[in-house]
Ligand binder design. Structure first.
Ligand code: PMP
Length: 443
C-alpha cells in the first residue's frame, strides 16, 4: 500500500518533517509573520466563479477547477443571483462602495436603517445594530456589554472573536465544557447561589456565551437546556449564530427556530452575514433599550465606518429571498436543499466508515483524521482529484484532534456530492482514516 501513498507513507507514521513544518508555519501565522510558502490550496491565491455559485475554485498554480467543499456559502448567495445582484449593482451606482463615514457622522444611508429593520425582523427581536465585520461584532460589543466586576461563562470551543471580546472586556472569564449544560450549571453554582437575586451577587453582571452551530465541530448548541439553566440562575445569554442564521430552521431563522426556542428567551443574539447571506458584517439583536445603549456606547459603531452600501443591499435582498418576500419560492427551495444536501453527505460519509462529528441538519461536517501527520496527504490527494477540502489542526483544534472540515452548500448538486463522496472515500482508504470500516478487510 505504501506505493499507493505516493510518498506519504512515512509521514503517516508519526510527527514527521512535513507536519512539523506546517505546524511551524501555522504558529508563524499566529504571530502575524508572513507565511513562507503554501502547503495547500487554502494558502494559495484562488480564482472564484460567481457564475457557478462559487462552488468551484481554481488555484493559480493548478490548471483544473476544484469542487469547493470549504466555503461557508451555505445558501449559495455568494454568487450572482437573479434577485440580489441587480439590486446590489444599483446600490453601488447610487451609494458607491463606501460611505467613508461612521454611522453618526453621515454614514447612515436609507439602506443602513432598512438593513437594521430587516435584521431585527429576520431574527425576531425588537431591534438590531449592524457592524461592518462579524469578528469585530463579537470583539467590540462584548467589552461594551460587560466589564470589570462582571462574569463571562463561555463555552470552551467558542470562536476566537468571542475569546478576544471576553478578554478585552476585563470581566472574569470562566469556561464550561463544550456544549455540556450540566457543567455550565456546575460553573454557575460555583459562582452564585441558586435563586440569589441579581442585586445580591458578587458579580455586577453574568453573561453565558454559546454558539448556534460550532464551526469546528458541526454540532448544534444544546440551546433548550442551556436557556433553561440561564433562566433558573437569572443570567444573560449571548448566542452567536454565525453558522446557523439563515442556514437552519424551517424559514432559515437559525437554531432557535430549529430547536423550538423562543427568541424572547435569548437576551443578546449575534450573527454574521458572511455565511448564509453572501455578504459581510455582523449584527447584534435584542431589546430596543439594549440596542440604543450599544449605539450610543460601542466605539466600533461610533468611530468605525458604516457597512459598505452594496454589502448592506446584498443582506437585505438575500433575506427577502429567504423569507419569500421576492415573490418566489427560491428561498424555501434553498433551505430545503441545504438540509437535504447536508444530511445526504453526512450519512454518505458515515456509511463509508468515516468518523464524522456534528448533528443532522448541520452543513458543517468534520471528518476526523486524528493523526496530524495525515493532514497533508488527505488534503493533497483530494486536491489532485479536484476536490478542495479544508483541513484543520492545532492550534485551531487540540493537537491530536486534526480533522478535515467539509462545508456543504445548497448550490452543490447531487452529482457534485456523489463525486466528492467517491473522491473522499478513495483518499480515506489511501490515508487510512476509515475508523469504522463497514466491510471486513480482505487480507
Ligand atoms: N463567530 C463565529 C462563530 C465564527 O465562526 C466567525 C467566523 N467564521 C465569526 C464570528 C466572525 O465572522 P466574520 O468571518 O463574518 O468576521
Amino acid at each position: 500500500q505504501s506505493s499507493n501513498l505516493q510518498g506519504y507513507a512515512p509521514i503517516c507514521l508519526g510527527l514527521e518533517d512535513f507536519y512539523i513544518r506546517r505546524l511551524y508555519l501555522r504558529i508563524q501565522d499566529c504571530f502575524g509573520r508572513p507565511i513562507a510558502s503554501a502547503p495547500d490550496a487554502w494558502f494559495d491565491v484562488v480564482e472564484r466563479y460567481s457564475d457557478d455559485n462559487n462552488k468551484t475554485l481554481q488555484r493559480t498554480t493548478n490548471i483544473s477547477r476544484c469542487l469547493n467543499l470549504g466555503s461557508y456559502n451555505y445558501l449559495g448567495f455568494a454568487a450572482s443571483d437573479e434577485y440580489c445582484t441587480p439590486r446590489v449593482i444599483k446600490s453601488l451606482t447610487r451609494f458607491s462602495s463606501s460611505t467613508c463615514s461612521a454611522r453618526v457622522d453621515g454614514g447612515t444611508t436609507i439602506l443602513h436603517s432598512e438593513l437594521e429593520e430587516c435584521v431585527a425582523n429576520f431574527v425576531q427581536k425588537p431591534a438590531a445594530i449592524v457592524l461592518g465585520m462579524g469578528y469585530v461584532t463579537n470583539s467590540a460589543i462584548l467589552p461594551v456589554l460587560i466589564g470589570k466586576g462582571g462574569l463571562i461563562i463561555s463555552d470552551s470551543l467558542n470562536h476566537n472573536s468571542i475569546v478576544n471580546g471576553a478578554r478585552g472586556s476585563r470581566a472574569t472569564v470562566r469556561v464550561f465544557q463544550h456544549n455540556t449544560p450540566s457543567h455550565l450549571e456546575k460553573v454557575l453554582r460555583e459562582n452564585i447561589a441558586e435563586g440569589q437575586p441579581r442585586t445580591h451577587r458578587p458579580w455586577k453582571k453574568i453573561i453565558v456565551i454559546v454558539e448556534g452551530i460550532y464551526s469546528m465541530e458541526g454540532e448544534l448548541c444544546k440551546l433548550p437546556e442551556i436557556v433553561s439553566i440561564c433562566k433558573k440562575y437569572k443570567v444573560y445569554i449571548y448566542l452567536d449564530e454565525a453558522h446557523s442564521i439563515g442556514a437552519v430552521g424551517k424559514t432559515g431563522r437559525g437554531v432557535c427556530e430549529l430547536l423550538g426556542v423562543n427568541t424572547a428567551d435569548i437576551d443578546i443574539m449575534m450573527g454574521t452575514f458572511t455565511k448564509s447571506f453572501g455578504s459581510c458584517g455582523g449584527y447584534i439583536a435584542g431589546s430596543k433599550d439594549l440596542i440604543a445603549y450599544l449605539k450610543h456606547t460601542c466605539p466600533a459603531h461610533l468611530y468605525g465606518t458604516s457597512i459598505s452600501p452594496p454589502a448592506a443591499q446584498q443582506i437585505i435582498s438575500s433575506m427577502k429571498v429567504i423569507l419569500g418576500e421576492d415573490g418566489s419560492s427560491r428561498g424555501a427551495q434553498k433551505l430545503a436543499q441545504i438540509r437535504e444536501n447536508s444530511n445526504f453527505f453526512r450519512s454518505g460519509l458515515q456509511k463509508m466508515g468515516f468518523e464524522v462529528l456534528g448533528d443532522n441538519d448541520s452543513p458543517v461536517m468534520p471528518i476526523m483524521l486524528y493523526n496530524p501527520a495525515k493532514i497533508p496527504a488527505f488534503s493533497r490527494e483530494c486536491l489532485k482529484q479536484n476536490v478542495a477540502v479544508v483541513t484543520v489542526a492545532f492550534p485551531a483544534t487540540p493537537l491530536l484532534l486534526a480533522r478535515a472540515r467539509i462545508c456543504i452548500s445548497a448550490s452543490h448538486t447531487r452529482e457534485d456530492l456523489l463525486k466528492a463522496l467517491e473522491v473522499i472515500s478513495k483518499v480515506g482508504d489511501l490515508v487510512g482514516i476509515k475508523y469504522f470500516p463497514t466491510e471486513p478487510k480482505k487480507h
